[in-house]
Each structure stands twice: as C-alpha cells, then as structure tokens.
Design a protein around this ligand. Structure first.
Ligand SMILES: C[S@@+](CC[C@H](N)C(=O)[O-])C[C@H]1O[C@@H](n2cnc3c(N)ncnc32)[C@H](O)[C@@H]1O
Length: 319
C-alpha cells in the first residue's frame, strides 16, 4: 500500500507542517509500508560486514557479556528493541541470553507495523517459541511508561536497546532521550549505539548515503508526493558545523504538491532535507546523555573510534 495512505491524520499534519515549516521530510515516515523492506535491504548489508553500522554489530558481539553482567536477569529480561528495524542487530544479545538460559521476552517497538513484523519474524525464526510483545508507536510523541510498566508484570528487568545510530536521525535528541528516560525506572538499562565522528573517515561515510538502496528509502516520500525524480537533484553532504550528514533534494523547477487537501508549490532552487545523520564524539555523546539525566554504566568504542556503544540508566538523585 502507498505510504501516504498509511499516514494517520496526525501524521499527515506532521508531514505538511515539517515540509512547510522547516523544509524537511521526517525520515521516520520512509519506514512505513514498503519502506520497511527498503530498510531491510540496507540493513542486510550490515550482517555481511559492509555498509551502515556494521561496526556496531562487531562491537556488540565483543562486549555483550560485559553489558549483560550488569543487568539483573534472575526473573528474566524484557528486551525492548526501540526502532527495531529487521530485528537482526539484537541477535548477539539474544544469542547470549539463550546460551545462559536466561528467559527473555522480545518487544519490538517501532512506528512501522511492517518493520515490527520483519523483526518478530527474524527473532521467532532464530528462537522458535520466543514470546514477542510488539508495540507500534512513535517514540517522539511522548513517554511510554504505561508500556514499560506493564512489561514488568512478571518481575523481569527492562533492557531497552536503541541501536543503529537511530538517535542521530532525529531533529530533537533531547526530546527523544527524555521520552526514554521517563519510561524507565532507575533499575532499567538502555543500550545506545551511535556512530562517532572520525574526521579522517568522513569521506568514506558519505558514499553510504548515495548508494541506490539508501536513495530508494529516502526518496520514497517525495515520489509518493508526486514529485518526479527529474524535478530535483539529490545530494549527501557533510555539515561540519552540526557534525552531521545531510541528505537533500534541490528542486530544478517549481513543483506543485498536494497533501491532505492542502496545495502548495516548492520553488526552483528550494531544498528539502530528507535525512540527517548526526555523528558524535565520545564527549558530545556522554554530555548529551548526562544532560538528559542518565548515568553511564558502561561505555565502549570500536578500535578505530568510529562507533560507540554505551549502557546508561536514569540518574535517580540528580536534583
Ligand atoms: C535507522 S533504522 C535502525 C533499525 C535497527 N535498530 C538497526 O539498528 O538496524 C531506524 C528504525 O527506527 C524506526 N523509527 C524511526 N523513527 C521512529 C519513531 N519516531 N518512532 C518509532 N520508530 C521509529 C524506523 O521505523 C526504523 O525501524
């Protein structure tokens, strides 16, 4: 089904407002419907050791024991996979839990139902009989303590995962992290993976955003808005000031758009952000987590300092 048909009234309003207000198409909508399979194609390159975030998988495999050692798993564990994608990135954790006979429930949480189905399928195929409790929601809209609280019915610990450098795709990082913090108790943990800025490597990261499968994902919403590919040029550039990759379309001619009964024109030379990917340094990442009210339990980086994985927890006594 076309993505735009899958948008709720609220999402339609958010899309129009973002286009008109800040010249941006929020990336999260690209993962709905068929978009989930576009992402799956990108993510599969990772398990082959190539492409976006393959460093995260390697690092997680290496450090999974250290992460799990800090978590109380006696009464089982709820693995809350926030922005689950195809579910593959969490396999190193689930494999270790299985090896250690630790009971787990898998909770794929995503804006996209199709993505949740892909992730549940991955996990059930790998671990038949696994209990899955899918949650379809937009985590930018608020805290979800009702969900995390209910999961603890059976006494298990909540371990949230936010993998794949997804944090860096958002325009308001504090808001996203605050929503997570307010959905956790000071006994729960959150593991976050983010790509680091390695200035020497920027030139090798940028091409990840111009390959055909990535462009297919990012340009799906413009296509569905009826904007022909011949009406714009696409570029992915490093923005030094904001330490982020910016993917944009720049219009070669005026383009008329209609969404939800609203008509407007995008002018020649106007540009529109279709994705951002903020890259962090160890300092900016830890400062961000600390400012939001998290303490760090563990932090590890890839040998080439290109990726960071950290396990954090709400700071109970920060006042
Ligand atoms: C970059 S992909 C990463 C997927 C996976 N974690 C990985 O590491 O491969 C981002 C994922 O987050 C989901 N997502 C993005 N924004 C979201 C939002 N606001 N609420 C819920 N899910 C969101 C997308 O649908 C997608 O599954």
């Amino acid at each position: 089904m076309p993505i735009l048909k899958l948008l709720s009234k609220r999402q339609e309003a958010e899309l129009v407002t973002a286009i008109q207000g800040r010249a941006e198409i929020p990336l999260k909508f690209a993962y709905l419907g068929e978009g989930a399979y576009n992402w799956d194609r990108i993510a599969r390159q990772r398990s082959e050791g190539k492409g976006i975030n393959s460093a995260e998988t390697a690092l997680l495999k290496k450090k999974v024991g250290d992460f799990l050692a800090a978590v109380d798993t006696q009464k089982g564990i709820n693995i809350i996979d926030i922005g689950c994608g195809n579910g593959r990135p969490v396999l190193p954790i689930l494999e270790r839990l299985k090896e250690k006979n630790i009971h787990f429930t898998y909770v794929p949480l995503d804006i996209s139902n199709e993505m949740i189905e892909l992730a549940s399928g991955t996990i059930k195929k790998r671990f038949p009989g696994t209990k899955c409790k899918p949650v379809q929601m937009d985590f930018e809209l608020g805290q979800f303590s009702d969900i995390t609280y209910d999961l603890k019915d059976s006494g298990g610990t909540n371990l949230m995962l936010f993998l794949g450098s997804t944090l860096g795709n958002h325009s308001d990082l504090n808001r996203v992290l605050t929503n997570f913090r307010d959905s956790m108790t000071s006994r729960d943990f959150l593991i976050i993976g983010v790509e680091l800025t390695n200035l020497a490597k920027v030139s090798s990261i940028v091409p990840h955003y111009t390959n055909t499968v990535v462009k297919k994902l990012l340009l799906e919403i413009p296509r569905e808005l009826g904007i022909s590919g011949s009406a714009y040029t696409y570029e992915a550039l490093w923005n030094e000031k904001y330490s982020q990759i910016e993917c944009r379309i720049i219009f070669k001619k005026p383009v008329k758009v209609k969404i939800a009964g609203e008509h407007f024109t995008l002018e020649k030379n106007e540009n529109m952000l279709v994705a951002r990917s903020i890259k962090f340094t160890e300092y900016t990442a830890t400062k961000l987590f600390s400012d939001v009210g998290f303490r760090t339990e563990l932090l590890t980086t890839a040998e080439d300092r290109g990726y960071l994985l950290t396990m954090i927890q709400p700071t109970r006594y920060s006042a």
